[in-house]
Design a protein around this ligand. Structure first.
Ligand code: SF4
Length: 387
């Protein structure tokens, strides 16, 4: 029974059976109350079945399978479609060290997600390799049972870090490269970084055993679409799967226009004219990239057609930002704060209920609903949650 006396430390009402000034037990009591209330609240929104079963499903019956973890909001590139330098300039307020999740906190959350059926974790950023000692986080996560641990990088630091990442347990990498033409690539990355150094990173990843390396190319009509055939030619020789990504209205700073989107169908048409292609079945439900193989057996390409062929129906992905907010869609306008639960000492059960509650209420299908009215929504920046 809560009494009328207040704790001198917290000002909270003391329970009748507490001695005066007994702060610690008072706060602990209060926090336990809060979590009990939170657990009860979240549990009330959780489908009874989910407390027992592993697989969580959302309002469109999509299971939670993939977690993308942004380990930093910082990047050493300023790609025009993601982090335009006019916005992300020298005075931009990036997250501070104490605002971002520690490796321990990330690992703890990852364990809860894995217990909920997540089988694949992809480390992203910003640029994940600018986060110091990332291999230590990889080592922690790679000990989680049955996990496919991947990473997406701009390749700038990969040559130095590939061996340590592999040794720590990383499974594979996707490397972003938008053109082999030096001036086009330097324009797109916004910092004058060279193609050769990214190619060195890809070579180092292959040599370290982080293959099959996939290469991501964002295609913006009028900027790098003339690079499609040279990129396809280069990477079919290297045995890397090249994934063409339609230019997207991510965030609200890249001044996206539909006219600058080159549809996936047009990309396929151009390549097919040079190297005949045939469609392939997806490797698994919810696979992001549409697969096409070269009829001459020289590998395959992928098309990520979020704008012209929305794939929300099978979307099983969620994203954790560097400061511990959970976003249920790449185009979300708000995230759910898990960090405060973590730092307030919440139990795994409370974290688990919170995540279950969030996913259960998920109804996102932005790409199916995209219109000229949606592109200016205050969507979270892609650099904040990873692509
Ligand atoms: S738009 Fe959102 S819901 Fe649709 S596929 Fe992308 S992340 Fe998933």
């Amino acid at each position: 029974m809560v009494g009328t006396r207040r704790c001198v430390g917290t000002g909270l009402f003391l329970r009748d059976n507490h001695g005066p000034g007994d702060i610690r037990s008072c706060e602990a009591e209060y926090l336990a109350d809060t979590f009990a209330q939170k657990a009860a609240l979240l549990a009330s929104t959780v489908h009874p079945a989910s407390r027992d079963s592993v697989t969580l499903t959302d309002t469109l019956n999509r299971p939670l399978r993939d977690l993308r973890i942004s380990v930093t909001d910082r990047c050493n590139f300023r790609c025009v479609y993601c982090m335009p330098k006019e916005v992300f300039g020298p005075d931009y307020a990036f997250l501070g060290r104490d605002e971002i999740l520690t490796f321990e906190e990330i690992t703890r959350l990852a364990q809860v997600f894995v217990a909920h059926g997540v089988g694949k974790i992809r480390l992203t950023g910003g640029e994940p390799l600018v986060r110091r000692d990332l291999h230590e986080l990889v080592a922690r996560l790679s000990s989680l049972p049955g996990l496919d641990l991947a990473l997406t990088t701009n390749g700038s630091l990969l040559a130095q870090q590939a061996p340590a990442l592999k040794k720590a347990g990383l499974t594979r990498v996707n490397v972003s490269l938008d053109s082999l033409d030096e001036s086009v690539f330097q324009t797109m990355n916004g910092v004058g970084f060279s193609v050769a150094r990214v190619l060195q990173g890809i070579e180092a990843a292959i040599a370290a055993g982080l293959g099959p390396v996939k290469v991501n190319m964002v295609v913006k009509r009028g900027l790098n679409d003339a690079s499609i055939l040279s990129m396809a030619g280069h990477f079919r020789e290297m045995g890397c799967t090249l994934r063409f990504i339609e230019y997207m209205d991510v965030g609200h700073t890249n001044h996206w226009r539909m006219q600058e989107v080159l549809p996936a169908a047009e990309i396929v048409r151009r390549i097919n004219a040079q190297w005949p292609l045939e469609p392939l079945a997806p490797n698994y439900p919810g696979e992001v990239a549409e697969r096409w193989r070269y009829k001459d057996g020289r590998g395959e390409i992928g098309l990520v057609a979020s704008v012209t062929k929305a794939f929300c129906r099978d979307c099983s992905r969620t994203r954790l930002s560097a400061e511990g907010k959970l976003y249920t869609c790449l185009f979300a306008t708000r995230g759910h704060d898990l960090r405060s639960l973590l730092r307030d000492g919440a139990s795994d059960e409370v974290l688990s209920s919170a995540i279950a509650g969030i996913w259960h209420r998920r109804a996102d299908r932005y790409s199916e609903l995209r219109s000229d009215k949606t592109s200016d929504l205050p969507k979270v920046e892609m650099s904040h949650i990873g692509g």
